[in-house]
Design a protein around this ligand. Structure first.
Ligand code: COA
Length: 333
């Protein structure tokens, strides 16, 4: 049987930094308020002519370079995004595919908000284990600045742009394999976090034509509570199902939405400080890109070693959630 191994990680962060101080000149807020309530100090903002596909392509190139797998051997690209280059089509994955110079690979986007990368990972795992694909490039890429209302202080302080990518490939060696992935969704909570206008379900008759029609809206306080509850439950279940405990985890990589959410979840799970990966202060919430960007930070700091077990834990609009037990398994040549 083929197993799916997590071979490499890459990320790209746009150059422009938007600090809390700068945001304070745009809406009624302060560095002190944002830092205390969210832990965020700054976030990255893509250039006007830099699209989600550009961010995703740059992250994917890094992941590919580090994977030991040739571009021509990639047989599928999955891009998780809620800020695609184009509304409906073509998919951002197909644009990335062309920008990379890849021909004929299967390519499609998925929409699972901040859980997107974990969903993409589960799709890659399933395709590889079924024997349908051998080398899958997964990408979480977001230009959230394009769907953020910079006059709404309840949301604009939280989100940023960026991309992360990983190469997942077939292996015969069970020790290298992704151990387990749980995913779920509950549409009953859809109104907590959504882009209510611009789609076929909206009251607008001009699909996405109006400025601001795709802006995110959020009930922050309720989202906060559901996030802590869901993230904690998710981790407890996946650990128990695999006869593991928090002590078996080297890197706990939660979705980087808010430092207070991460701390509450980490405490409930009795995670030690050194296990918990934190990037929220410098990138804010980058939705589907947040987890791979965080893994990339650990990798580039030289702290991600072959065989080390990562626990990914995500939560996002939909509502969606997901967790994954993933050993880092670089290809040894
Ligand atoms: N600056 C200053 N004051 C702000 C503010 C800002 N950026 N945003 C909201 N406020 C004000 C509110 O207007 C409110 O004022 P009031 O008491 O006079 O009515 C007060 O702060 C408290 O608002 P509340 O929404 O209860 O704050 P909070 O402690 O819940 O923090 C969030 C707000 C958005 C930071 C927090 O709810 C959050 O992070 N939620 C989760 C969001 C998330 O992670 N979403 C993505 C999930 S993937």
């Amino acid at each position: 049987m083929a197993y799916a191994a997590f071979r490499s990680i890459g990320a790209y962060t746009p150059e422009k930094i938007l600090s809390n101080e700068e945001l304070s000149t745009m809406v009624e807020t302060s560095d002190e308020w944002i830092t205390k309530r969210t832990g965020i100090k700054e976030r990255r903002i893509a250039a006007e002519n830099e699209f989600t596909s550009d961010l995703g392509m740059k992250a994917a190139r890094k992941a590919l370079d580090r994977s030991g797998i040739a571009l021509s051997d990639i047989d599928m690209i999955v891009c998780a995004t809620i800020s695609p280059d184009y509304f409906c089509m073509p998919s951002t994955a197909t644009i990335i595919s062309t920008k990379l110079g890849l021909k004929n690979a299967t390519a499609f986007d998925i929409s699972a908000a901040c859980t997107g990368f974990v969903y993409a990972l589960s799709i890659a795992k399933a395709f590889i284990e079924s024997g349908m694909k051998k080398n899958v490039l997964i990408i979480g890429a977001e230009k959230l600045s394009a769907i953020t209302d910079y006059s709404d202080r309840g949301t604009c302080i939280l989100f940023g742009d960026g991309a992360g990518s990983a190469v997942i490939s077939a292996t015969e060696d069970k020790n290298e394999a992704i151990i387990d992935i749980h995913t779920g969704a509950d549409g009953e909570y859809a109104d907590l976090l959504m882009t209510p206008n611009g789609g076929s379900g909206s009251a607008h008759d001009s699909l996405g034509a109006e400025a601001g029609s795709c802006f995110m809206q959020m009930k922050g306080n309720e989202t906060f509570k559901v996030a802590v509850r869901t993230l904690t439950k998710d981790v407890k279940e996946i650990l128990a199902d695999n006869n593991l405990t928090g002590e078996d985890i080297v890197h706990f990589v939660p979705h980087q939405a808010n430092l207070r959410i991460i701390k509450a979840v980490g405490d409930a799970l009795k995670m030690k400080e050194e296990q918990v990966v934190l990037t929220v202060a410098k990138y804010g919430n980058t939705s589907g890109a947040s987890i791979p960007m965080a893994i990339n930070d650990v990798y580039e700091a030289g702290d991600l070693k072959a065989g080390e077990l990562m626990l990914l834990d995500a939560f996002g609009g939909g509502l969606t959630w997901g967790s994954a037990l993933v050993p880092f398994s670089p290809k040894v040549s």
